[in-house]
Design a binder for this molecule. Structure first.
Ligand code: FAD
Length: 448
């Protein structure tokens, strides 16, 4: 590895410049603004205390938040576009769920004691069910993914009770001809349709693209490359950098939908590089055979180095090489210069290592960081190697590596580059780092 001085003497930043998309915040702000505006221009059906009208405002905001939560779960291409990627949308999904619950709690605390017994009972039922399910979902760091998903699906029950509670007891009249009622009418129909689609329709309609496994090639320890050929007339239209959900039956066992980034996009077909990291992927990696039939979702995500600046840095950790392989194979945009840092534990665990090494050229410089020989890749090491800071840094790798990079980048001159990455938790709380282990402590020391 070479060590060269940096040309740009720009001041280090405190935080990395993360590439933000404003579609999500704009949509949420717009929905909240319309709710407040329609509430302010509507009148309760009967003379009502001011506090109760405020309570109704919070109930309305909760319904709007729920509508957005279920709209994100429906995983339409519109959600992908507006939020700048489904992975980012799921972060909003989580926080909107928490916001909805908070609004419900404020609604409950400010509701008039004179409300009817039925209204109170329904409201309490929805609120407590929602509270319990949200606490379980947020605390579930070690819960099996299927159970975690079931907890989320069960949230449709308090939502349905809440809708009924609103339709039968709204102070503003659910079916009245006034702005708030009309707005919430639209919101509730959209929310209910999305909830039904998420629960009953998505598993069929979201996976209409059938593919055959054309070949299975081991590319590293516990890692295989699957080449998938379409069986349907409508081949999957997927861009390099995107991910798909894959499901099917492998050796007679159900493989539930999992996200994988495409590692090559070809004439009608795609390739996936999959590492056996857990219960299902381990079975897939050891049992999948050519000829197996799988089902694919549409392509999701906005990870797109082709749209970045002329000088880019790509940082891949282990199986995180997948999107960069797809992008490199698709070819660099004219005039683009790339420095690829490929970090892995040891050569046995590095997928596509030979292929990646062969990419090294004047416009595409490859820096291999073998942890068993060079230690962990840090922002400081990258700064030492790069002669000029890039405009954009694209990252794909394990979350601890991303966290270390996000901490380290602002302390270097690379901190001025825009940082792009996919959210790999899809809204799920990440397992807590095992801080008591000595290996973890030494890692942090190197990363800082
Ligand atoms: C956007 C994205 C792109 C990915 N790309 C790749 C790739 O190209 N190659 C690759 O090998 N891996 C990729 N993964 C990770 C891959 O999906 C995981 O290996 C997988 O989720 C672990 O599944 P498991 O059932 O074997 O593990 P488990 O031991 O059952 O679960 C471990 C953890 O994995 C997550 N997880 C499990 N099931 C799912 C699921 N159905 N959906 C989402 N998360 C789940 C949960 O956080 C869970 O706690 C990607 C993940 C995401 C979110």
């Amino acid at each position: 590895m070479t060590s060269l001085p940096l040309a740009d003497a720009a001041r280090p930043r405190r935080f990395p410049r993360i590439r933000r998309r404003w579609g999500g915040p704009a949509l949420v702000a717009l929905a909240a603004a319309i709710t407040v505006l329609t509430w302010a221009t509507s009148r309760p059906m009967e003379p009502t205390a001011a506090l109760l009208t405020v309570s109704q405002l919070f109930a309305s905001l909760a319904l709007v938040a729920f509508c957005l939560v279920f709209a994100i779960s429906a995983r339409s291409s519109l959600v992908d576009r507006v939020f700048g990627g489904l992975d980012k949308a799921y972060v909003w999904h989580k926080w909107l769920g928490i916001a909805a619950l908070s609004a419900v709690l404020v609604h409950k605390m400010t509701a008039a004691p004179s409300d009817s017994e039925d209204a109170r009972m329904l409201g309490n039922l929805a609120m407590f069910a929602l509270l319990i399910l949200t606490i379980v979902a947020m605390a579930a760091r070690k819960m099996r993914h299927e159970t975690w998903k079931l907890v989320h699906k069960l949230m449709a029950i308090p939502y349905a009770i809440g809708l009924f509670h609103y339709c039968s007891h709204s102070t503003y009249g659910a079916f009245a001809l006034q702005p708030l009622s009309l707005w919430l009418g639209i919101v509730n129909v959209v929310g209910a349709v999305c909830a039904i689609y998420t629960l009953a329709g998505y598993r069929f309609l979201g996976f209409t693209r059938r593919v055959t496994v054309a070949s299975v090639t081991p590319t590293a320890r516990d890692t295989v490359e699957l080449v998938l050929e379409p069986r349907t007339r409508r081949p999957p239209r997927i861009r390099p950098g995107q991910f798909v959900f894959v499901k099917g039956r492998i050796a007679g066992t159900r493989f539930p939908a999992h996200p994988f980034t495409v590692s090559a996009v070809g004439e009608g077909g795609i390739a996936l590089s999959i590492k056996g990291q857990g219960r299902h992927t381990s079975v897939l990696v050891s049992k999948v055979r050519a000829g197996d039939v799988l089902r694919l979702s549409r392509g999701y995500g906005r990870f797109n180095p082709a749209a970045g600046g002329e000088h880019q840095v790509w940082v891949a950790g282990g199986i995180g090489i997948a999107p960069f392989r797809a992008c490199a194979r698709a070819g660099l945009a004219a005039g683009h210069q790339v420095d690829l840092f490929f970090a892995y534990d040891d050569p046995d665990t590095a997928p596509h290592l030979e292929e990646v090494s062969a990419w090294d050229s004047d416009s595409f410089r490859v820096h291999l960081v073998d942890r068993s020989r060079h230690g962990l890749l840090t922002a400081t090491k990258m700064e030492e190697i790069l002669s000029t800071p890039p405009q954009d840094i694209y990252f794909c790798g394990p979350p601890p590596m991303l966290h270390a990079l996000r901490r380290g980048l602002p302390t270097t001159r690379l901190g001025r580059a825009r940082l792009h990455f996919d959210e790999f938790s899809l809204g799920r709380p990440e397992p807590r780092p095992r801080t008591r282990q000595p290996r973890r402590r030494s890692r942090r020391k190197v990363a800082d």
